[in-house]
Design a protein around this ligand. Structure first.
Ligand code: NAD
Length: 357
């Protein structure tokens, strides 16, 4: 395969972890006989410094022309001024919107070698394997919002809006994933209170009956889901939900694994390139020290191979290599529990060595 990939290393530890993911992609290309062509572009705080905007036109143009985009992380104290004209995170929202990335996929699968890193007891999380599918371009974060005068001072409002098509397309992505996994889909909403949730419920039920009768489908209220996630996470396969509920639940879910440095995510649209990134931020507290955990970025590269290039064997070989590195006891500082640890580059090298075996 010949594929053009755009790398957006971003800020802080972003470049450090994306370097390792690129080395791993290169190792895959040599081993399986593919040619990956990389284009590195500015995005986030570094792009504000060099171009005055977090998502320069040429960066967006390059992304549109690519097969897939691998992002590190953006942001940091340098660009935190609340009065600044623009912020690095604006680039994230813009790229999602511009590329039409409406479905955010986040696998939550605690490593059996790191169960003790979780704040939960290992008997609760052992065997957990959830794929969250979060709607990414609608709902409260994109609906009408504003402020208006009020007798007590001011009134602020944010609106949760969804239409049939927006619900159908993301539920379809989730149901297709469920069909390839353990065949179960849970839709999370707040239909006892919100009209938007009642639309989600009606549209999802209709779609599942018509297109996915073989997928076992159920619905759970978001407040119950927040509890189930920490009391019986093993019981879920694919979970689909709207933007804000997904924002909160996926962060709760990430804590099941005990380390931000291990979790990747993918954002997909109906056509065009997908965007792949670790879920962690730019970690300014450890940037430049060479100690960041590159595994989330490396696993994001594996999702890229699976979802954008349809190279399932190659994706699985990265996941197996990461698993073998962890089972052999190699750790970066964030997951070493005070024990011996490897730096970012050494961890990348261990994964590449494990790929070769
Ligand atoms: P963070 O994820 O950057 O860091 C939280 C903690 O986890 C820190 O102690 C950090 O050292 C540690 N950590 C994170 N990733 C790690 C890794 N790979 N290896 C080892 N340790 C790791 O979150 P934050 O501190 O809240 O945010 C820092 C900056 O990142 C902010 O500017 C924020 O806006 C931005 N951010 C960006 C994204 C993104 O680009 N998608 C996501 C979240 C936060």
């Amino acid at each position: 395969m010949d594929a053009r990939l755009v790398l957006l290393p971003g800020d802080g530890i972003g470049p450090e972890v994306v370097d390792q993911a690129q080395r791993v992609l290169q190792a895959i290309a040599s081993r399986f006989g593919h040619a990956f062509h990389y284009e590195c572009r500015p995005m986030g705080g570094n792009a504000i410094d060099s171009h005055g905007t977090p998502l320069p036109d040429e960066t967006l143009g390059a992304c549109r022309q690519s097969a897939a985009v691998l992002l590190g992380a953006v942001g940091g104290p340098k660009w935190d001024d609340p009065h600044a004209k623009t912020r690095p995170e604006a680039g994230l929202l813009a790229i999602r919107k511009e590329l039409g990335l409406f479905a955010n996929l986040r696998p939550i699968k605690p490593s059996p070698w790191l169960l003790s890193a979780s704040p939960l007891r290992s008997e609760i999380i052992s065997g957990t394997d959830i794929l969250f599918v979060r709607e990414l371009t609608g709902g409260l974060y994109f609906g009408a919002s504003g402020r208006r005068p009020h007798a007590s001072g001011e009134e602020a409002y944010s609106t949760m809006t969804y239409n049939t098509g927006e619900v159908e397309r993301v539920v379809r992505v989730a149901a297709e994933a469920a069909r390839k996994r353990r065949g179960r889909l849970t839709m999370v909403d707040k239909a006892n209170v919100l009209e938007a949730s009642r639309l989600w419920r009606a549209v999802s039920a209709r779609l599942m009956a018509a297109e996915f009768p073989e997928v076992k489908y159920d619905v759970v209220l978001v407040d119950s889901m927040a509890m189930h996630l920490i009391s019986r996470p093993r019981d879920f396969d694919v979970v689909v939900t709207e933007n804000m509920f997904g924002d909160i639940l996926t962060d709760e879910g990430s804590m099941l694994t005990g380390s931000m440095g291990l979790l990747p995510s993918a954002s997909l649209g109906s056509s065009g390139p997908g965007l792949y990134e670790p879920i962690h931020g730019s970690a300014p507290d450890i940037a430049g020290q060479g100690v960041a955990n590159p595994l989330a970025a490396i696993l994001a590269a594996s999702m890229l191979l699976r979802h954008s290039l349809h190279l399932e064997t190659e994706a699985e070989s990265i996941e197996t290599a990461v698993d073998n590195v962890l089972s052999a006891g190699f750790r970066t500082r964030d997951i070493a529990a005070g024990g011996p640890s490897l730096g970012t580059i050494e961890m990348g090298t261990r994964v590449i060595e494990a790929l070769a075996r």
